[in-house]
Design a protein. Structure first.
Length: 264
Protein backbone atom coordinates (compact mmCIF):
# COMPACT_ATOMS: atom_id res chain seq x y z
CA UNK A 1 0.00 0.00 0.00
CA UNK A 2 1.28 3.45 -0.91
CA UNK A 3 2.13 5.83 1.89
CA UNK A 4 0.65 9.37 1.84
CA UNK A 5 4.12 10.70 1.02
CA UNK A 6 4.50 8.40 -2.00
CA UNK A 7 0.98 9.22 -3.16
CA UNK A 8 1.73 12.95 -2.96
CA UNK A 9 5.00 12.54 -4.86
CA UNK A 10 3.25 10.50 -7.55
CA UNK A 11 0.54 13.12 -8.01
CA UNK A 12 3.04 15.95 -8.20
CA UNK A 13 4.91 14.03 -10.89
CA UNK A 14 1.78 13.15 -12.91
CA UNK A 15 0.22 16.60 -12.71
CA UNK A 16 3.25 18.81 -13.21
CA UNK A 17 1.87 20.74 -16.18
CA UNK A 18 -1.42 21.48 -14.45
CA UNK A 19 0.31 22.61 -11.26
CA UNK A 20 2.59 24.93 -13.21
CA UNK A 21 -0.43 26.56 -14.84
CA UNK A 22 -2.09 27.12 -11.47
CA UNK A 23 1.15 28.48 -9.99
CA UNK A 24 1.03 31.29 -12.55
CA UNK A 25 -2.20 32.55 -10.97
CA UNK A 26 -5.69 31.55 -9.90
CA UNK A 27 -7.31 29.71 -12.80
CA UNK A 28 -10.57 27.85 -13.50
CA UNK A 29 -11.21 24.48 -15.16
CA UNK A 30 -12.16 25.96 -18.50
CA UNK A 31 -8.89 27.83 -18.81
CA UNK A 32 -6.95 24.73 -17.74
CA UNK A 33 -8.68 22.68 -20.43
CA UNK A 34 -7.80 25.21 -23.11
CA UNK A 35 -4.21 25.77 -22.05
CA UNK A 36 -3.33 22.10 -21.64
CA UNK A 37 -5.38 20.98 -24.65
CA UNK A 38 -6.90 18.00 -22.83
CA UNK A 39 -10.46 16.87 -22.17
CA UNK A 40 -12.62 18.31 -19.40
CA UNK A 41 -12.80 14.80 -17.88
CA UNK A 42 -9.00 14.73 -17.59
CA UNK A 43 -8.99 18.12 -15.88
CA UNK A 44 -11.78 17.05 -13.50
CA UNK A 45 -9.84 13.93 -12.50
CA UNK A 46 -6.57 15.83 -12.03
CA UNK A 47 -8.23 18.52 -9.94
CA UNK A 48 -9.89 15.93 -7.69
CA UNK A 49 -6.56 14.17 -7.13
CA UNK A 50 -4.74 17.39 -6.24
CA UNK A 51 -7.56 18.65 -4.04
CA UNK A 52 -7.68 15.39 -2.09
CA UNK A 53 -3.90 15.59 -1.61
CA UNK A 54 -4.19 19.15 -0.27
CA UNK A 55 -2.10 20.58 -3.11
CA UNK A 56 -4.74 22.92 -4.55
CA UNK A 57 -7.92 24.50 -3.28
CA UNK A 58 -11.03 26.04 -4.82
CA UNK A 59 -11.38 29.81 -4.57
CA UNK A 60 -14.03 32.21 -5.75
CA UNK A 61 -12.19 32.69 -9.05
CA UNK A 62 -10.93 29.17 -9.70
CA UNK A 63 -8.10 27.09 -8.24
CA UNK A 64 -4.92 28.08 -6.41
CA UNK A 65 -2.05 26.23 -4.77
CA UNK A 66 -2.25 25.79 -1.02
CA UNK A 67 0.76 26.40 1.21
CA UNK A 68 1.27 22.63 1.25
CA UNK A 69 1.16 22.65 -2.53
CA UNK A 70 3.69 25.47 -2.82
CA UNK A 71 6.14 23.86 -0.41
CA UNK A 72 5.72 20.34 -1.81
CA UNK A 73 6.11 21.49 -5.40
CA UNK A 74 9.20 23.57 -4.60
CA UNK A 75 10.80 20.53 -2.94
CA UNK A 76 9.73 18.34 -5.86
CA UNK A 77 11.51 20.71 -8.25
CA UNK A 78 14.67 20.60 -6.14
CA UNK A 79 14.50 16.83 -6.33
CA UNK A 80 14.14 16.97 -10.13
CA UNK A 81 17.10 19.34 -10.40
CA UNK A 82 19.27 16.96 -8.37
CA UNK A 83 18.21 14.01 -10.51
CA UNK A 84 19.08 16.04 -13.60
CA UNK A 85 22.53 16.83 -12.20
CA UNK A 86 23.17 13.20 -11.26
CA UNK A 87 22.06 12.15 -14.74
CA UNK A 88 24.40 14.65 -16.44
CA UNK A 89 27.27 13.59 -14.19
CA UNK A 90 26.57 9.86 -14.23
CA UNK A 91 29.52 9.11 -16.51
CA UNK A 92 31.86 10.75 -13.98
CA UNK A 93 30.14 9.45 -10.86
CA UNK A 94 30.31 5.91 -12.23
CA UNK A 95 34.11 6.11 -12.01
CA UNK A 96 33.97 6.65 -8.25
CA UNK A 97 33.71 3.83 -5.70
CA UNK A 98 30.29 2.97 -4.26
CA UNK A 99 31.40 4.11 -0.82
CA UNK A 100 32.44 7.57 -2.05
CA UNK A 101 31.03 10.06 0.42
CA UNK A 102 28.94 12.72 -1.25
CA UNK A 103 25.46 13.99 -0.48
CA UNK A 104 23.33 14.76 -3.57
CA UNK A 105 22.77 18.23 -2.10
CA UNK A 106 26.49 18.92 -2.62
CA UNK A 107 25.88 18.74 -6.37
CA UNK A 108 23.23 21.48 -6.44
CA UNK A 109 23.80 23.95 -9.32
CA UNK A 110 26.80 22.00 -10.55
CA UNK A 111 28.77 23.01 -13.62
CA UNK A 112 29.84 19.80 -15.36
CA UNK A 113 32.62 19.75 -17.96
CA UNK A 114 33.51 16.50 -19.73
CA UNK A 115 36.81 15.63 -21.39
CA UNK A 116 35.33 15.21 -24.84
CA UNK A 117 36.27 16.21 -28.35
CA UNK A 118 36.86 18.83 -29.57
CA UNK A 119 37.99 20.10 -26.12
CA UNK A 120 39.39 17.11 -24.20
CA UNK A 121 41.50 19.35 -21.97
CA UNK A 122 38.63 21.61 -20.87
CA UNK A 123 38.27 20.07 -17.34
CA UNK A 124 41.89 20.90 -16.48
CA UNK A 125 41.63 24.27 -18.20
CA UNK A 126 38.70 25.06 -15.90
CA UNK A 127 40.93 24.30 -12.90
CA UNK A 128 43.63 26.59 -14.26
CA UNK A 129 41.11 29.40 -14.85
CA UNK A 130 39.88 29.17 -11.26
CA UNK A 131 43.45 29.16 -10.02
CA UNK A 132 44.19 32.38 -11.89
CA UNK A 133 40.97 34.07 -10.72
CA UNK A 134 41.44 33.59 -6.97
CA UNK A 135 43.97 34.70 -4.37
CA UNK A 136 43.94 31.57 -2.25
CA UNK A 137 43.53 27.89 -3.08
CA UNK A 138 43.73 24.50 -1.40
CA UNK A 139 44.47 21.61 -3.75
CA UNK A 140 44.68 17.84 -3.45
CA UNK A 141 45.92 15.67 -6.31
CA UNK A 142 47.06 12.06 -6.59
CA UNK A 143 48.21 12.60 -10.19
CA UNK A 144 49.89 15.39 -12.10
CA UNK A 145 49.64 16.83 -15.60
CA UNK A 146 52.33 19.03 -17.19
CA UNK A 147 50.01 22.00 -17.88
CA UNK A 148 48.51 21.95 -14.40
CA UNK A 149 51.90 21.51 -12.75
CA UNK A 150 53.15 24.51 -14.72
CA UNK A 151 50.06 26.55 -13.78
CA UNK A 152 50.50 25.82 -10.07
CA UNK A 153 54.23 26.55 -10.24
CA UNK A 154 53.55 29.86 -11.99
CA UNK A 155 50.98 30.96 -9.41
CA UNK A 156 53.34 30.19 -6.56
CA UNK A 157 56.51 31.70 -8.00
CA UNK A 158 55.14 34.59 -10.09
CA UNK A 159 52.11 35.78 -8.09
CA UNK A 160 51.07 36.27 -4.48
CA UNK A 161 48.47 33.52 -4.64
CA UNK A 162 48.48 31.48 -1.43
CA UNK A 163 48.41 27.74 -2.08
CA UNK A 164 48.06 24.83 0.30
CA UNK A 165 48.96 21.65 -1.60
CA UNK A 166 48.37 18.01 -0.73
CA UNK A 167 49.91 15.50 -3.13
CA UNK A 168 50.10 11.74 -3.26
CA UNK A 169 53.58 10.73 -2.10
CA UNK A 170 54.15 8.89 -5.41
CA UNK A 171 53.46 12.13 -7.27
CA UNK A 172 55.98 13.91 -5.03
CA UNK A 173 58.64 11.36 -6.00
CA UNK A 174 57.80 11.87 -9.66
CA UNK A 175 58.19 15.63 -9.23
CA UNK A 176 61.58 15.11 -7.60
CA UNK A 177 62.67 13.26 -10.73
CA UNK A 178 61.00 15.26 -13.49
CA UNK A 179 60.57 18.73 -11.93
CA UNK A 180 63.37 18.89 -9.37
CA UNK A 181 64.05 22.62 -9.68
CA UNK A 182 60.35 23.50 -9.77
CA UNK A 183 59.68 21.43 -6.65
CA UNK A 184 62.58 23.10 -4.88
CA UNK A 185 61.11 26.51 -5.76
CA UNK A 186 57.74 25.51 -4.35
CA UNK A 187 59.22 24.17 -1.14
CA UNK A 188 61.11 27.42 -0.64
CA UNK A 189 58.15 29.71 -1.40
CA UNK A 190 56.58 31.72 1.42
CA UNK A 191 53.12 31.65 -0.15
CA UNK A 192 52.88 27.85 -0.42
CA UNK A 193 52.81 24.80 1.82
CA UNK A 194 53.15 21.26 0.54
CA UNK A 195 52.28 18.02 2.31
CA UNK A 196 52.28 14.50 0.99
CA UNK A 197 49.74 11.77 1.69
CA UNK A 198 50.11 7.99 1.49
CA UNK A 199 47.96 6.52 -1.31
CA UNK A 200 45.60 4.83 1.12
CA UNK A 201 44.67 8.20 2.63
CA UNK A 202 43.69 9.82 -0.65
CA UNK A 203 40.28 11.19 -1.71
CA UNK A 204 39.54 9.21 -4.93
CA UNK A 205 39.24 12.52 -6.82
CA UNK A 206 41.29 15.61 -7.55
CA UNK A 207 39.94 18.40 -5.36
CA UNK A 208 40.46 22.15 -5.15
CA UNK A 209 38.81 24.92 -3.17
CA UNK A 210 39.24 28.58 -4.11
CA UNK A 211 38.85 31.46 -1.63
CA UNK A 212 36.08 29.50 0.09
CA UNK A 213 33.93 30.45 -2.88
CA UNK A 214 34.24 27.63 -5.41
CA UNK A 215 35.02 23.91 -5.41
CA UNK A 216 36.50 22.00 -8.35
CA UNK A 217 36.30 18.18 -8.43
CA UNK A 218 38.36 16.37 -11.06
CA UNK A 219 37.39 12.78 -11.83
CA UNK A 220 39.89 10.44 -13.47
CA UNK A 221 39.86 6.84 -14.70
CA UNK A 222 42.09 3.87 -13.85
CA UNK A 223 44.63 5.01 -16.45
CA UNK A 224 45.02 8.36 -14.71
CA UNK A 225 43.26 10.31 -17.46
CA UNK A 226 40.91 13.09 -16.36
CA UNK A 227 37.43 12.32 -17.66
CA UNK A 228 35.68 15.44 -16.45
CA UNK A 229 35.24 18.02 -13.73
CA UNK A 230 32.47 19.36 -11.54
CA UNK A 231 32.55 22.98 -10.34
CA UNK A 232 30.38 24.00 -7.40
CA UNK A 233 29.71 27.16 -5.42
CA UNK A 234 27.11 26.19 -2.82
CA UNK A 235 27.84 26.36 0.90
CA UNK A 236 27.13 22.61 1.14
CA UNK A 237 29.84 21.95 -1.42
CA UNK A 238 32.31 24.25 0.31
CA UNK A 239 31.66 22.55 3.66
CA UNK A 240 32.06 19.13 2.01
CA UNK A 241 35.45 20.21 0.61
CA UNK A 242 36.57 21.68 3.95
CA UNK A 243 35.86 18.38 5.70
CA UNK A 244 37.99 16.48 3.20
CA UNK A 245 40.87 18.90 3.40
CA UNK A 246 40.75 18.61 7.19
CA UNK A 247 41.36 14.87 6.71
CA UNK A 248 44.28 15.67 4.42
CA UNK A 249 45.82 17.88 7.11
CA UNK A 250 45.52 15.09 9.64
CA UNK A 251 47.03 12.45 7.33
CA UNK A 252 49.59 14.58 5.50
CA UNK A 253 53.18 15.24 6.43
CA UNK A 254 55.48 18.02 5.33
CA UNK A 255 57.52 17.29 2.23
CA UNK A 256 61.23 17.48 3.09
CA UNK A 257 63.53 19.52 0.82
CA UNK A 258 65.23 16.39 -0.53
CA UNK A 259 64.57 12.67 -0.68
CA UNK A 260 67.52 12.09 1.62
CA UNK A 261 65.89 14.31 4.23
CA UNK A 262 62.87 12.05 4.47
CA UNK A 263 64.72 9.72 6.82
CA UNK A 264 65.80 12.47 9.19
Amino acid sequence: MSSPERTLLKRLSRRTQLIEQIREGVIDKRALTERLDVSRATIDRAVRELESAGVIERTGEGYALTLVGELAYAEFHRLLDRFETISRARGLLSLLPREFEIDPAVLDDAEIVLAEQPMPHEPLERFEELLEEHDRATVYSPIGFPTSISAVHHQITETETELELFLDERLVERLRTDYEEGLRNVLGAENATLRQLPPDRGLDVMLASFDDRAVWIGVYDDDGDVRGAITLESERALEWARERFDRCREAGREVPPSSEGEDE
